[in-house]
Design a binder for this molecule. Structure first.
Ligand code: NDP
Length: 332
């Protein structure tokens, strides 16, 4: 059982210095437990938070296996509800195997014709984040303008497409011309802005002639300020994340124009996908057909090998990934 041990709290994104790949005999499922062989390991920006401090989940204890969302197959079971061969997803580790009592795992719904990676992407935690964040927190109405940051990433690439299905104008902000071309050329975004290009704030303004009704926040910093300045009266900001700040060594400055929320009578609301666990059925019912029919396009950025996890993980913070970042740990 290869597993990544967290030896220290990272500072400034020095993940390679604080995580070490170890090997030990595979764990064995005890009474009432089952064992999951990891097929896919989800790499998520929030993993950097779990390494550092207590937030909505406790920090990963030092000298223990790094926590991660996994999709795998049950290969040993002493549990009444899970049998060998079940495909499950849930909270496991950056490891070949996870032992579970069933509380943090569920079976994936079997939608014919879809690869397993779909349950790490549009029909997994990522899809639920985009779906509930936009629809439940953002409450879009047809004809409104939705702007999404980290738009070519896992969550962002879905948000704009759901917005389009709901009759909105979708504008993405992403870190390269290639990503922007993918958003407008393949995913159906109406416009996409490269925030690393000179004059991007002007380009954003030009791309939202009727202002911004919903800004789906993934990033923080300058991009938040630019979106706030263009926010309409009664605008909504589903606050999904702030990746630009997860490796900060100093508390980041707040948006300088936050008081815009007053004059625009706008609402900014944080949310956690974990709170929607009991409503995943709604997401499967609506997103399932969109994905199966190809109305929602999606991409998994699939890297190979548990031993390469840290090289993959770094991509989240340099913009190296397009779509959902996943490590293939073993064969299906
Ligand atoms: P992504 O696949 O979007 O990967 C992260 C992307 O963020 C990178 O590809 C990069 O793209 C962009 N990025 C990285 N650093 C910066 C920076 N300094 N400034 C601007 N952009 C940056 O990850 P996810 O889709 O998994 O996550 C997106 C956001 O959603 C994160 O903030 C995450 O924490 C949050 N999240 C929240 C959940 C919740 O329950 N609230 C659940 C899941 C995710 P680029 O090339 O465009 O820079």
């Amino acid at each position: 059982n290869r597993h990544w041990l967290l030896l220290d709290r990272p500072k400034g994104g020095n993940f390679t210095e604080v995580l070490s790949l170890r090997e030990e005999p595979a764990p064995v499922a005890g009474e009432g437990q089952f064992r999951v062989r990891t097929i896919h390991l989800s790499l998520d920006p929030t993993n950097a938070v779990w390494m550092q401090y207590d937030s909505y989940l406790p920090a990963v204890p030092l000298n223990s296996t790094m926590r991660g969302l996994v999709l795998g197959v049950v290969d040993q079971s002493n549990h009444p509800k899970f049998k060998v061969g079940d495909i499950v997803t849930g909270m496991g580790g950056w490891a070949d195997y996870t032992i579970s009592d069933g509380s943090a795992f569920g079976r994936v719904p079997a939608i014919p014709g879809l690869p397993l990676t779909a349950y790490m992407g549009p029909l997994g935690m990522t899809g639920a984040t985009a779906y509930f964040g936009l629809l439940d927190i953002g409450r879009p109405k047809a004809g409104e303008t939705v702007v999404v940051s980290a738009a070519a990433g896992a969550v962002g690439s879905l948000v704009g497409q759901i917005a389009k299905i709901k009759g909105c104008r979708a504008v993405g902000i992403a870190g390269s011309d290639e990503k922007c071309a993918w958003l407008t050329g393949e995913l159906g975004y109406d416009a996409a802005i490269n925030y690393k290009a000179k004059g991007w704030q002007k380009a954003l303004k030009a791309a939202v002639p009727d202002g911004i009704d919903i800004y789906f926040e993934n990033v923080g910093g300058d991009i938040t300020e630019a979106a706030l300045s263009l926010l309409n009266v009664k605008g909504r900001i589903p606050f999904c994340g702030a990746i630009s700040q997860y490796n900060a060594t100093e508390p980041p400055p707040g948006p300088r124009n936050l008081s815009v929320l007053v004059s625009r009578r706008a609402r900014m609301e944080g949310f956690l996908v974990l709170d929607y666990n009991s409503r995943l059925g709604e997401m499967y019912a609506e997103m399932g057909p969109w994905v199966a029919e190809g109305r929602i396009k999606w991409k998994v950025d699939l890297d190979q090998g548990l031993e390469n996890t840290l090289t993959s993980f770094a991509k989240l913070f340099t913009g190296g990934n397009t779509g959902k970042l996943v490590v293939q740990v073993s064969e299906e």
